[in-house]
Write a protein that binds this ligand. Structure first.
Ligand code: ATP
Ligand code: MG
Length: 272
């Protein structure tokens, strides 16, 4: 495995979020992390990307502690789409996407054709080519999210960590983006890790699903093997049924509804 977490303890100001966490990211596969708000998904991703130093344990990238590498070297191997990012004031779409090429820039090296090609390709893949001259501040939420994804794609790293890449996207753009992740994975053998909140999309796209709760990994594996009503109830506290997704034959999570029953009750003739 190129990327793994060994006995990690992560936290902020002495407050632990995850303790003794072990995780191996399967090479060349698409891993999806799911779990309730505040369970530590983004914290884990930040640690895997070297942005957060663990208080114990280590993240191992290509056989070495990730903190043993210079930041730029990590950025040539691994790209992160953070959950929230703030664009520099007054920057255009093309300039922001071009920043994805910084890790590849060397002292005295000019912008190359390879850099240009990577930027053009990333913008086309995310459908933001027509926005290239626009100021990032003036874009809609979904347009802006696709520009950030383009920046990570332009980085052209063999490992990509995407924290809720589908946020702000309409359903068609969500599917388009997940299909793009799958394509990068299948065609270029990229190792992809995405945090998603949509469990049904997670089950559809994940080769490897990781379910987290309160900072710990509670289940992982093929979604078909691990997703049960018991697991979802345990992780999210949500009673549900699991049925077969008729389109992909992966698990489809149907939350139980009290409203449905109540509505039926109301339709009953009132007896006095
Ligand atoms: N910079 C920070 N300083 C202090 N506490 C933080 C910081 N970032 C996150 N936390 C806390 O750490 C816990 C885990 O947060 P994290 O962002 O990892 O959750 P998450 O699983 O990504 O949630 P979400 O689904 O809402 O994005 C939360 O209680 C959060 O308030
Ligand atoms: Mg998060």
């Amino acid at each position: 495995m190129r990327l793994s977490a060994r006995d990690l303890t992560l936290g902020y100001d002495q407050r632990p979020i995850s303790e003794h966490l072990d995780l191996e990211i399967p090479d060349g596969r698409l891993t999806v992390i799911v779990g309730p708000n505040a369970c530590g998904k983004s914290t884990l991703l930040r640690a895997l990307a070297r942005l957060l130093r663990p208080s114990a344990g280590q993240v191992v990238l290509d056989g070495e502690d990730i903190h043993a590498y210079p930041a730029k070297e990590v950025a040539r191997r691994l790209g992160l789409l953070p959950q929230t990012s703030i664009a520099p004031d007054g920057i255009t779409v093309a300039d922001l996407v071009a920043r994805g090429r910084h890790p590849h820039q060397r002292l005295l090296r000019q912008w190359s054709e390879r850099d240009e090609a990577a930027v053009v390709k990333a913008m086309a893949a995310t459908g933001v080519t027509d926005l290239s001259g626009r100021l990032v501040d003036t874009l809609s939420g979904g347009q802006r999210q696709r520009v950030w994804v383009a920046m990570v794609l332009a980085q052209e790293t063999p490992i990509m960590l995407l924290d809720e890449p589908t946020t702000f996207l309409d359903i068609a753009h969500q599917i388009e983006l997940l299909d793009l992740c799958l394509r990068l994975n299948r065609e270029q053998r990229n190792t992809m890790v995405a945090v998603l909140h949509d469990l049904n999309q997670a089950c559809r796209y994940a080769d490897h699903l990781v379910a987290m709760k309160a900072g710990a990994v509670v289940a992982q594996g093929d979604p078909k093997a691990i997703v049960t009503a018991e697991l979802i109830e345990d992780v999210f506290g949500l009673p549900c049924r699991i049925i077969d997704d008729p389109e992909t034959h992966t698990p489809l999570v149907i939350p139980r509804s009290h409203h449905a029953n109540r509505r039926n009750d109301v339709r009953q003739p009132l007896r006095r």
